[in-house]
Each structure stands twice: as C-alpha cells, then as structure tokens.
Design a protein around this ligand. Structure first.
Ligand SMILES: *[C@@H]1O[C@H](CO)[C@@H](O)[C@H](O)[C@H]1NC(C)=O
Ligand SMILES: *[C@@H]1O[C@H](CO)[C@@H](O)[C@H](O)[C@H]1NC(C)=O
Ligand SMILES: *[C@@H]1O[C@H](CO)[C@@H](O)[C@H](O)[C@H]1NC(C)=O
Ligand SMILES: *[C@@H]1O[C@H](CO)[C@@H](O)[C@H](O)[C@H]1NC(C)=O
Ligand SMILES: *[C@@H]1O[C@H](CO)[C@@H](O)[C@H](O)[C@H]1NC(C)=O
Ligand SMILES: *[C@@H]1O[C@H](CO)[C@@H](O)[C@H](O)[C@H]1NC(C)=O
Length: 656
C-alpha cells in the first residue's frame, strides 16, 4: 500500500531521473537512476514477456502498468500493478527511489507503490524470463526484495505459488478481473484454505464455489483423465512454514496459464497452441452439476453423470432432510459401529477434518476412527501406490461426489444395525427382482400375441387422441408477431443463428431481457392452423431435461413460429468439429453429453406418451446449456411438418 509520507519528498528530485534510452536495444531492467515512461517497455531476456503501459478501452484513456506475452499476438495480460487505480494521463512514470518503487502521474499523484524496509544501495528492477518482475540489489541475483509473483492478479503462471506462508500469514491468492475492461478484483477468487489438511478453494464472494479436494498425492485422485494434465504438471508443497499449489509446464515451448474468469465463473486452464494461433481451453472448472460446492448438501453423494435432484443420493444410513442434505436416521452406537466403503470418491470438504497423519496405514486409521465416537469417516491421505496416511472427519460430511475414473476409497461410519439390514435388504431385492422378471416375461408373451393386431390401429389412436384435444388451446403462451419481430430486429440477418430445412432460427431478446431462440418455419408446410396448434399442444407436453423447452408459439398471417429457450453454448457440432473448441470437451464431459442425448431419446421413444421419432438427430441439433448439458432440439418438427411432405432433409431419412 502506498505510504505517502515517504513518497512525497521523492518528487522534489524525480525530474532528475533519466528515461531509459529508446535507441538502445530492448532491456529487461531499470536501475534507481532510470525511469520507465508510457512509451517504453522492459522485455524479458528470452523475449517472452513484456512490461509496460497498456490500455483496455481506447475510449476511456485508462492506462495500466502490466506484463503481457510479447511473442503472442493479441495482448494477453498476465499481471497488472495498478489494478484499481488506472493512470489517466500519458505522463505516467515508473521509477525507483528512496527504497520505494513508484508509479506516478503528474508530479504529485501516486497510483501504486511498493516500499522496501531493508536499506537499498544499487537497486534494480528486472523482468525475468518467467514473467516475474523483481526488485533486488544489483549484485544479489537470487535475493528478491519484492516480486510480482507474490501479488498475483487473475493469472497463475508456471512457477507462481498459490498458498500461504504459515509463519507470517502472507497469502497469495488469485482474484478475477471484474470484466475484460476492468482489471480491478471481481468476486471470484481462488486461495489455499488452511485447515488441518489444506485445500485450494474457489469462492464467489465468501461462498465456497468449487474445490478439487485436498491434495491426495495426485490431482483429483488418479490417472490424467483431465486434458490439462497432459500439459501441466501440478505441484503441491506443505510443511510447517508454508503450503502452496503451483504448476510447471510439461513442455516449456508450449506456454500455459491458469486464469480465473469472472464472466463464466470458471477457472480456465489454457495453453497457446501455435499452429492454431489461439489460446485453447484445456479444462474449465467447475463444469458439471456435481462439481458445484456441496450441491447436494450434507452427507449426500453426487453422481457426476447426472444433474439436478436425480444426481443426489443420501449416504447409507442417512435420509433426505426437508431443508436439504441428509440426516442420520439411526444414531451411532460408538463401539459396535461399522463402516461402509464408497469407491472413486472425492475426499469430503476438509473443514470438518480433525486428524491427519501421513505415515499411518489404513488399518491403524480405521482403529483410530473407531476409538473416537465423534469420528464419522476415514480414508487414506495419499492414494499413490497402495495408499498410505490417514485422514479423519467428524460431524457432517460435505462436498462428496463420485469421480469418473479417479478418486479414492472413503469409509463412512454407520451403526451396526445399518450393515445388517442391508444384507437382509439385498435378499429381499433378489426375491423382488425374480418375481418382477417372471411377471415381465409373461406380459411380454401376451403382448407379442396381440401386437400384430394392435399395430395398425396405433397410428389411428394417436390421431384420434389429437382430435380429442382439438378444441384445447396449447398450454404454452401465444406471442404476437410484432413482439417476436421486434425481439429479433425484424428477423435481421445479424440475429440469425442458423438455417435448416425447416426454416431459419433467430436469436431474440424480449423486452424484459429474456433471451429466446425463434424458429420461423418455412411456409412450405401444408398444415392448417388447427393441426399446428394441436401439434404444439402435444410437443409442449414433451418435457425432459435433455430436450429443448418450447416456450411459446406464434401464428399470424402465414407465419408459423416456435419460440424456444436460448442455449448460450451453441450446438455440439460447434465443439466437436473445431480444432480448438474440441479441447473444451474432455472425456467426462463427452460421456455426460452422450448419456444425456441417450436419455433424451429414450424419453422421446419410450417414456413419453407420444412416442416421437426424431428422424434428424445430428450434432447441430444437440444444443448445450451453460453447464454443457445436452438438449435435443427439433424433436417435434417431423410431426409438425406432417410426415414426408416436407424437405429434402427429412425425405432422405423417412422410413428409417
Ligand atoms: C527517504 O525516506 C526516508 C524515510 O524512509 C526519509 O527520512 C528521507 O527523507 C527520504 N529521502 C528522500 C531523499 O526523500
Ligand atoms: C516517449 O516519451 C518521452 C517522454 O514522455 C518523450 O520525450 C518521447 O518523445 C516519447 N517518444 C515517442 C516516440 O513518443
Ligand atoms: C485501440 O486502438 C488501436 C488503434 O486504433 C487499436 O489497434 C487497438 O486494438 C485498440 N485497442 C483496444 C483495446 O480497443
Ligand atoms: C515441445 O513442443 C514443441 C512445439 O510444439 C515440439 O516441437 C516439441 O517436440 C515438444 N517437445 C517435447 C519433448 O515433446
Ligand atoms: C503418525 O502415526 C504413527 C503411527 O501411529 C505415529 O508413530 C506418528 O507419531 C504419527 N505422526 C504424527 C505426526 O502424529
Ligand atoms: C475425537 O474427535 C474430536 C473431533 O470431533 C477431537 O476434537 C478429539 O480430540 C478426539 N479425541 C481423541 C481422544 O482423539
């Protein structure tokens, strides 16, 4: 923080400073006799990083002092000195004087400064090859009096630490930029929570948002299922003096960084792929429903392949609590209790972890937990090899989830009665399954016998069914054409999202700010208004998490328009057919998309009353919401457009 008492006298002689000469070759440092002005920069010795003044918004003339990649096109800023205090005049100057590094404008305004307590003689400010800006004595190469790596902004570079000095309490944490025009700290942060077992935690304001869990010897469990582990090697360090997280590059010629992004509330792992001339996102966290901190509440397990309430499941011995989370339904007995083993788990939030020992084995760990009546769970603290170490929890367990292809065994304490009833339960389930299968076989036989007879009348029944509902108005709202036209700027080309055989799709914004996707059907369909309404009534009843939701419709003049919810992440083809975007889709995400599509289809084909066949399922008809959940679109159009009398696109697949 600026100490103005010290700094004010400096200005009496700062005019005597010499600017670094622009005619000499690029330099990586300035001394206490030199200064850096708005049109000068320092360049690291390897030519990778550059320090200087930059602006984010030409219209405001706000200047920041910062560091960016010199050899990467488009200014990728990795550090900003005066995040909250932009310079507004072009006469800004950076200089060292009287034990202080100062960024000033005019001759009396200090925008940013760093004061050093040790008495300096020949100070030098140098931009290192790592992108670290350091202040040191000229003849002491490796002793930094101050370094920018200690004051991170929104970016973690290779070699930078995220963590705490336990002796002094000094904290190195990341905070996102407010937005891409304003580098001052936003609400998204990432820091090392120091508990018995330190855990890097991402927060929005003070609320926990996301954690990969405490370090268990490897990132998140085991094998490098995550794309970023192919490029980044993660480092975790802990002793009584300090605890930190850091990363190194697997291949130093591929630049990489980790950035907090306030717009998407995600942590992005990025590498510069030279052949694409683009930063590629390797991972963005959190991605799936289950990764949101303790989204299922206490003592509840989240299944990463699902989302919403379906994903949450109480641990054994617990029942759903009305206020969220799960409560134990039989009390623990202490001595006679046992443990239930869960596999592929993330370790619970470490706030309730009360014991950690890195040398104990699993049997000793179990003993230790059993002896203490308030111990509720135990696990190995290091999963490498056979597993070792011991971590114990008390009270409620939070932020549990099953991990895809990773994670570890977690043992949860339950009363003995719970273990017994479970054996009984399995037997009962066995009997029940047997009976069910028998009954199903019988039913199947009967069904097969009458199937041929019913086959022909099914279609007729469906038509009759829609006739019954003929007078009914669709349950979704009817929009005025004028409202739709104004929301899409009169169906202007700049709002056009796509075009298909069925017509064109436009992006629209209603007056209340809600965004919609507007599908304007081509007028070719021979359908009457009544039939169109009937079909909408039916389609509106098709509601499933993996189907795009119909929000309304519009019939006016010859226009037939469908209004859907707007999907910000575009469609699947945008990701899988693009060299860089496809990297966003790591395997867990892909599998969750595949399962989602399958669930949507199962619903269309079988679980809904209508038995709809899509007939045009392709990547561009699978839309993605902001959590990358897939939603099938266009599922009702085959019906709306009256079977085979539509377009080429459907003609080709009719009959499959
Ligand atoms: C340098 O700072 C010290 C206090 O830290 C102050 O006493 C001294 O006058 C300053 N010198 C100059 C030249 O400003
Ligand atoms: C750079 O800035 C200095 C000091 O403000 C000024 O004297 C010089 O003319 C500038 N050079 C260019 C090329 O703008
Ligand atoms: C500012 O204006 C310059 C020249 O007009 C342009 O090259 C640069 O991209 C602009 N920067 C931003 C952040 O808009
Ligand atoms: C590192 O990356 C560069 C550029 O992509 C590549 O040419 C080189 O072979 C890589 N080195 C190793 C050891 O993989
Ligand atoms: C860890 O457990 C072992 C074996 O029980 C014990 O000898 C050791 O002192 C423990 N270490 C700590 C730090 O408690
Ligand atoms: C039992 O567990 C509690 C934490 O719930 C802990 O505070 C206490 O020290 C433990 N007792 C023993 C004897 O280890």
């Amino acid at each position: 923080m600026p100490n103005f008492n010290i700094i004010i006298p400096i200005f009496t002689f700062y005019l005597l400073l010499f600017p670094i000469s622009e005619t000499i070759a690029e330099t990586d440092s300035i001394t206490n006799l030199q200064s850096l002005s708005k049109n000068q920069t320092l360049v690291s010795n390897n030519g990778q990083f550059q320090l200087g003044f930059f602006t984010l918004d030409n219209s405001t003339n706000h200047y920041y002092l910062g560091i960016w990649y010199k050899n990467i096109p488009g200014q990728t800023v990795v550090w900003v000195a005066n995040r909250e205090n932009p310079a507004t005049k072009p006469n800004s100057l950076l200089f060292i004087s009287n034990n202080t590094l100062v960024l000033s404008q005019d001759s009396n305004t200090v925008l940013w400064s760093v004061s050093i307590t040790t008495k300096l003689r020949n100070q030098i400010l140098q931009l290192l090859d790592s992108g670290n800006l350091v202040l040191r004595e000229e003849n002491e190469e490796n002793k930094y009096l101050w370094q920018s790596f200690d004051y991170p902004g929104d970016t973690l570079l290779p070699g930078m630490k995220l963590g705490k000095d336990l002796r002094t309490g000094f904290d190195r944490r990341l905070t996102a930029w407010k937005n891409n025009k304003d580098p001052s700290p936003g609400s998204l942060s990432w820091e090392m929570d120091v508990t018995i077992w330190p855990e890097p935690m991402q927060r929005i304001g003070s609320t926990k948002q996301f954690s990969t869990g405490a370090w268990i010897g490897l990132d998140y469990g085991s094998k490098p299922t995550r794309q970023h582990l192919l490029y980044f090697s993660l480092v975790y360090f802990s002793n009584e003096d300090e605890v930190y997280f850091a990363f190194n590059l697997v291949n130093n010629s591929i630049p990489g960084r980790i950035v907090l992004d306030q717009t998407s509330y995600r942590r992005l792992y990025l590498v510069w792929i030279d052949s694409y001339k683009q930063w590629s996102i390797l991972s963005s966290m959190p991605r799936v429903f289950c990764e949101r901190f303790s989204v299922c509440g206490s003592n509840s397990n989240c299944d990463w392949t699902k989302s919403g309430v379906e994903a949450c499941d109480c641990l054994r011995g617990f029942r759903p609590n009305r206020d969220g989370g799960c409560l134990r339904h039989n009390p623990l007995n202490c001595e006679s209790d046992g443990f239930v083993k869960y596999v592929k788990m993330k370790v619970p939030d470490t706030e309730n972890c009360w014991y950690l020992n890195q040398t104990m084995n699993l049997d000793e760990c179990r003993e230790k937990c059993l002896k203490n009546c308030s111990c509720t769970a135990y696990t190995n603290s290091d999963v490498r090899g056979e597993g070792s170490g011991c971590a114990l929890w008390s009270g409620d367990l939070y932020d549990l989830r099953i991990l895809p292809d990773a994670g570890q065994d977690l043992y949860i304490r339950v009363p003995a009665s719970e273990l017994e009833t479970n054996n009984g339960r399995i037997r009962k389930i066995g009997i029940a399954v047997g009976i069910t299968i028998g009954v199903l076989c019988g039913l199947l036989l009967v069904y097969c016998l009458i199937w041929k007879r019913r086959k022909r009348s099914t279609l007729k029944a469906l038509i009759d069914h829609s006739k019954e509902e003929q007078e009914e108005d669709p349950e979704v709202p009817l929009y005025d054409l004028s409202v739709i036209a104004s929301s899409t700027d009169n169906f202007s080309d700049k709002n056009k999202l796509g075009e298909g055989g069925f017509g064109s799709v436009f992006k629209g914004t209603l007056e209340d700010g809600q965004r919609i996707a507007v599908k304007r059907l081509s007028t070719g369909s021979g359908q009457g208004i009544k039939e169109f309404k009937n079909e909408i009534t039916l389609i509106a009843k098709l509601q499933h998490r993996n189907l795009v939701k119909l929000q309304g419709y519009c019939i006016e003049n010859k226009e037939k328009i469908l209004i859907y919810e707007y999907m910000p992440n575009k469609s699947l083809d945008f990701f899988i057919f693009d060299q860089t975007q496809r990297m966003v889709l790591d395997w867990p995400t892909r599998i969750s998309i595949i399962c989602g599509i399958a669930r949507g289809l199962l619903y269309l084909h079988q679980d809904s009353k209508l038995t709809v066949i899509h007939r045009d399922l392709k990547a561009s008809n699978v839309l993605l919401d902001d959590e990358m959940n897939p939603k099938i679109s266009d599922f009702g159009l085959a019906r709306i457009l009256g079977g085979d009398q539509t377009t080429e696109m459907t003609l080709r697949v009719v009959g499959t």
